[in-house]
Design a protein around this ligand. Structure first.
Ligand SMILES: [Zn+2]
Length: 261
């Protein structure tokens, strides 16, 4: 599926944008030093900025139950999808450059015991515009655990992220995507406004949809992951570039998740 998706034709170029690119080429011949960032990162066209302000969805479930909604898709008319990354094990300095140069609004769900040794790396990502959100202290499977233990995992990582980075995470992703009603109660206690799963995950080899149509749709939350045992696989940057090409091929761009929730 990914092969089909990523082999799709190049996105059409707006005539005005094409004119602008021609003008830019006339005054500034391409060279490695002056190349547009999207070319440097393997794209054939710039990533359009998401609409601003975005069209916000309503969460009637949250209003009636007092619990945060669980979602893997945002209802929005905007032609955006959302890029998320988990845990914090991969610390590729080049990925920081990619996020900065493409102004890529990525969301990282960090686990303290995994990301902790690399807090400097994540501080750089925060500085170039990434959002840091909550993925527990120790990455347990929360489903079935007592309330106090779940609350300690979620509030504990909220407090760590605030102490380390000054951020106040409002989004939470349970490890392995597993949760129960106790998780939602604990998350609400820890200031979580939405529990975020994913509708499709990009592995080293393909894009795996969790349910629904096997095609990207506006509002989809995407997880960029890797096959842990494949050290020779594509880098985080390479996997992100492949996914971005697929996103562009569908006429979509990347939105900032926390602007929509
Ligand atoms: Zn995880």
């Amino acid at each position: 599926m990914l092969a089909l998706l990523l082999a799709g034709c190049a996105p059409s170029v707006d005539p005005i944008e094409r004119l602008g690119r021609k003008a830019a080429q006339r005054v500034r011949p391409r060279s490695p030093a002056t190349e547009q960032p999207y070319l440097r990162w393997g794209l054939t066209a710039p990533l359009p900025a998401p609409p601003h302000p975005p069209a916000r969805p309503a969460h009637p479930a949250a209003r009636t139950s007092g619990l945060p909604p669980v979602l893997d898709h945002v209802d929005t008319p905007d032609r955006v999808v959302f890029l998320t990354y988990d845990d914090g094990a991969e610390r590729d300095p080049g990925f920081v450059d990619m996020v900065r140069e493409l102004r890529l609004p990525v969301t990282l769900f960090l686990t303290d015991s995994v990301a902790g040794p690399g807090y400097g790396h994540f501080a750089h990502l925060l500085a170039v515009g990434a959002d840091l959100q909550n993925h527990t202290l120790d990455h347990p499977s929360l489903r079935g655990l007592p309330y106090a233990g779940q609350r300690a995992e979620i509030c504990g990582q909220r407090d760590k992220l605030h102490a380390r980075f000054g951020v106040r995470p409002r989004l939470f992703r349970p490890p392995y995507g597993l949760y129960d009603t106790t998780t939602l109660r604990a998350a609400a206690h820890c200031d979580v406004s939405a529990v975020v799963l994913w509708r499709a995950a990009l592995t080293d080899t393909d894009l795996r949809f969790t349910h629904g149509p096997h095609a990207l749709r506006p509002g989809d939350v995407l997880l960029v992951t890797s096959d842990d045992d494949d050290l020779a696989g594509p880098t985080l940057r390479e996997r992100t570039t492949r996914l971005l090409r697929g996103i562009q091929g569908e006429g979509l761009t990347v939105g900032r998740l926390q602007d929509y929730l």
